[in-house]
Design a protein around this ligand. Structure first.
Ligand code: FES
Length: 116
């Protein structure tokens, strides 16, 4: 991604804004990135990606996503249609399989267990 590409598409928060927020605020937990123009508080699509950016920042790396903005937006559209994340997209964007715990890949709701 380029710095001007948007990571949180709901609130149009660019990678550059998130990088600046991380550098200036140095938030101890990824969820505090929501204070950066409400990133991650809309459809929640970008949350695993925000976590990845935060993890990179904590390791002293330049936060980045290894995915084109077109692929990223396309994958988000699919997420809205199916309510499931494309695990491959997360792996590709992070450049690492190990970093994304399996539970962060799935947003599928657990089956209802009403009754018995
Ligand atoms: S893309 Fe960030 S909350 Fe929807």
């Amino acid at each position: 991604m380029d710095p001007d590409d948007e990571v949180c598409l709901c609130f149009r928060v660019s990678l550059r804004k998130i990088r600046t927020f991380l550098a200036v605020q140095n938030p101890p937990v990824a969820s505090l990135i929501s204070e950066c123009l409400s990133a991650g508080t809309g459809c929640m699509w970008c949350v695993p990606f925000l976590k990845h950016l935060h993890a990179q920042h904590m390791r002293g790396e330049m936060p980045d996503l290894k995915v084109s903005p077109e692929q990223y937006a396309q994958s988000r559209l699919k997420y809205h249609q199916t309510d499931e994340r494309d695990a491959e997209m997360l792996r590709k964007a992070s450049g690492s399989e190990a970093e994304m715990p399996p539970e962060s890949l799935s947003t599928k709701k657990p089956p209802d267990r009403a009754g018995g």
